[in-house]
Design a protein around this ligand. Structure first.
Ligand code: MG
Length: 261
């Protein structure tokens, strides 16, 4: 193992506080010259705001060190003509600047329907409008900004983007193009940025399916941390992590054993 991908939420910080030792672990990786990237499905903030958030926790990162589904989706859409309907938080709309968008109340005319984590902004009319856009044009593609099922929100466990994408897939009979974890293409893009082979890269995450299972399916190694959304039952499922850390703070001490996983 020669490179590392860090998940953010639940690994480096959790419910608004830094995970103890996370900043030191990232600083250690940087000091060792280990190629690394921050790979998150968060769509509630643009990359520049995530960089600021990390800095607030003492973690140094540049915008180019972050791979997010909105950034990946916008790059994907820039290679393809056609109007786009966005169902994404306002905070990440800026990533889609320059693309042709349908009006916010359109019920037809979109070639691409992009679905992110709208959280409290989801209601029947909004979800139904996304469905109507797909139904109106059988050629329209559904794009999912990741397929995270749920997350640890400040007021308890909360639905993320995947359940809403699943509803739209079910109703439209169409399969989403996923630009985010756990899609293989998303992990491949991250590994490509590091200039390494997938088997040389360790993904560290708190979601046994999206982070560990997704990484392993894409040929990477996956380490699960016992922070964030981790539950002991995660270790009794079908996915066997290549390593389990009490937290990301264990990485420097465990590196030599992980290197030869
Ligand atoms: Mg996470």
């Amino acid at each position: 193992v020669k490179g590392v991908l860090f998940d953010l939420d639940g690994v480096l910080y959790d419910v608004g506080a830094a995970v103890p030792g996370a900043a030191e672990a990232v600083a250690w990786v940087r000091a060792q010259g280990i190629p690394h990237l921050f790979v998150t499905n968060t769509t509630s903030r643009p990359r520049a705001a995530l960089v600021e958030r990390l800095a607030g926790f003492g973690i140094e990162a540049a915008v180019s060190d972050l791979l997010t589904p909105p950034a990946a989706a916008a790059a994907w859409l820039r290679d393809r003509p056609g109007p786009v309907a966005l169902f994404v938080p306002d905070a990440c709309r800026g990533e889609f600047d320059g693309l042709e968008l349908v009006p916010d109340d359109a019920e037809s005319g979109a070639s691409y329907v992009v679905v992110g984590d709208l959280a409290e902004r989801w209601d029947f009319a909004t979800l139904n409008r996304a469905f109507r856009l797909l139904h109106a044009d059988p050629g329209a593609k559904l794009l999912a900004l990741g397929m995270t099922r749920f997350w640890n929100s400040p007021d308890g466990i909360a639905l993320d983007v995947a359940p809403f994408v699943a509803a739209l897939e079910h109703a439209s009979g169409r399969k989403a193009v996923v630009l985010g974890k756990p899609a293989r293409a998303f992990f491949a893009a991250a590994v490509g940025r590091l200039g390494l082979d997938p088997s040389e890269v360790l993904m560290i995450g708190d979601d046994v399916k999206t982070d560990v299972g997704g990484a392993q399916a894409a040929g990477l190694r996956g380490a699960l941390v016992r922070t964030g959304k981790f539950r002991e039952s995660d270790l009794r499922g079908e996915i066997a992590p290549d390593a389990v850390f009490d937290s990301v703070a264990d990485l420097p001490a465990r590196w030599s054993s992980v290197e030869s996983v």
